[in-house]
Design a protein around this ligand. Structure first.
Ligand SMILES: [Fe+2]
Length: 401
């Protein structure tokens, strides 16, 4: 999606004869919006329609938790048990018709190949490194990366070491915000990242093995299994604008101002009816009278989920690395009592956090219920707020709520 890429061998002109050792290769156009959106053209050894066996279809089951009361929520997630792989290990935390937000702490490599046939995916890598093997080639990833996987990409995570992800899946497109791009797609001056920060697949390995290769396709709100008799990564070359890529949260250039900048300045991706934002270490507002932590705000048309990645959040009640807060629509939220006063004159923050704001309400799962601390809603009351001690690291102030 970001810019034109080519890996491996492709013919001089599209839709023309292209052979390997005398055998005509199969050309596949993989594209969006009919034939008018971004696309890539891939050249396969075998027809990608080829299926040896139809397996079972498993509908997706979401166990909804409807809380007794509408309130701010705080969930601690660091202690969740590892399990499954990079896809089967996803545990849905909250969702609506536009986006599903899951936690994943895989404990095993993927035995199956996977393709999301009905949505784009962004996997934020909180911990771990490895390679996503894809039909477009190998995509290395490491801690802090957003791994962006467009629909239709066949892939397999090959992790190295402990892994922990925050996963977004959307039936709509997940894109670079429109205002960051000029009419040709180049990222403009003033955007918080540049094309150079976007990392496409590095190496195309053409697999020629035959045998039994299990493939799971997410489609029609379920998982359809197939068995192929050839390795799905049989591409000898491809080119185009549609492919998976990574972008590191550490390469996000924070935008600061003399007074407080609103959350859109942290926007990293745009989705359909939601945004994903990155809160990164930065200098804070520099007017001598600036209050560098946010004003209270009512997200009248938004739900706000924040995942705390690293930094010292000791000045927020009970919030720690791996915490998820949910500030739902209809309620006001803002700094805890005393923090606005204490933040005056603070010059920098070391926080790292990922936020997802949705326009439509988020439903919670029973998994979220089990992680919910049940008391976060009380944390703005003076008598129960812990207050910050003078010994706290002032740079540990959480600069967004
Ligand atoms: Fe907020």
């Amino acid at each position: 999606m970001p810019f034109y890429q080519r890996l491996g061998e492709v013919p001089r002109k599209r839709h023309t004869v292209f052979r390997e050792n005398g055998t005509l290769l199969t050309e596949e156009v993989l594209g969006l919006e009919g034939f008018s959106g971004n696309e890539s053209i891939l050249y396969h050894l075998l027809s990608p329609c080829r299926i040896q066996e139809l397996g079972p279809f498993e509908p997706i089951v979401r166990e909804e938790w409807v809380p007794e009361a509408h309130a701010h929520r705080h969930m601690k997630t660091m202690g969740i048990e590892p399990g499954g792989d990079a896809v089967s290990g996803r545990r849905l935390l909250m969702w609506n018709d536009d986006v599903e937000i899951s936690l994943c702490r895989p404990s095993a490599p993927m035995e199956r190949y996977y393709r999301n046939g009905e949505g784009d995916e962004v996997v934020f890598v909180h911990e771990g490194r490895g390679t996503v093997e894809t039909i477009f080639g190998d995509l290395p990833y490491r801690q802090g990366d957003y791994v962006v996987i467009p629909r239709g990409t066949t892939y397999r995570f090959v992790p190295e070491g402990e892994q922990r992800y925050l996963v977004f899946e959307s039936p709509g497109l997940i894109e670079i915000p429109r205002r960051y791009r000029n009419e040709y797609g180049q990222l403009v001056e003033g955007a918080p990242y540049y094309n150079r920060d976007i990392h496409p697949p590095t190496e195309l390995n053409t697999h020629r093995e035959r045998g039994e290769f299990p493939l799971t396709l997410r489609v029609r709100d379920g998982y359809q299994s197939y068995v192929l008799d050839y390795h799905p990564f049989d591409v000898v070359g491809w080119d185009g604008y549609l492919y998976p890529w990574t972008f590191s949260i550490h390469d996000f250039e924070p935008i600061t101002g003399r007074v407080h900048q609103p959350p859109p300045s942290h926007q990293t991706f745009q989705g359909q009816n939601f945004v994903i934002c990155s809160f990164c270490p930065r200098k804070l507002d520099f007017d001598p009278d600036a209050i560098p932590i946010p004003y209270h705000h009512s997200n009248l048309q938004s739900e706000e989920m924040i995942y705390y990645v690293s930094g010292n959040f000791g000045s927020r009640k009970a919030v720690e690395v791996g915490s998820v807060t949910l500030h739902p629509s209809g309620l006001t939220h803002g700094p805890h009592p005393g923090l606005a006063e204490r933040s005056i004159g603070v010059t920098e923050t070391h926080e790292l956090a990922v936020m997802c704001d949705t326009f439509r309400p988020l439903k919670l799962t029973t998994f979220a219920r089990d992680l919910d601390d049940g008391s976060y809603w009380q944390s703005w009351s003076e008598e129960v707020a812990p207050g910050a001690t003078p010994d706290d690291d002032p740079a540990g102030l959480t600069s967004h709520f």
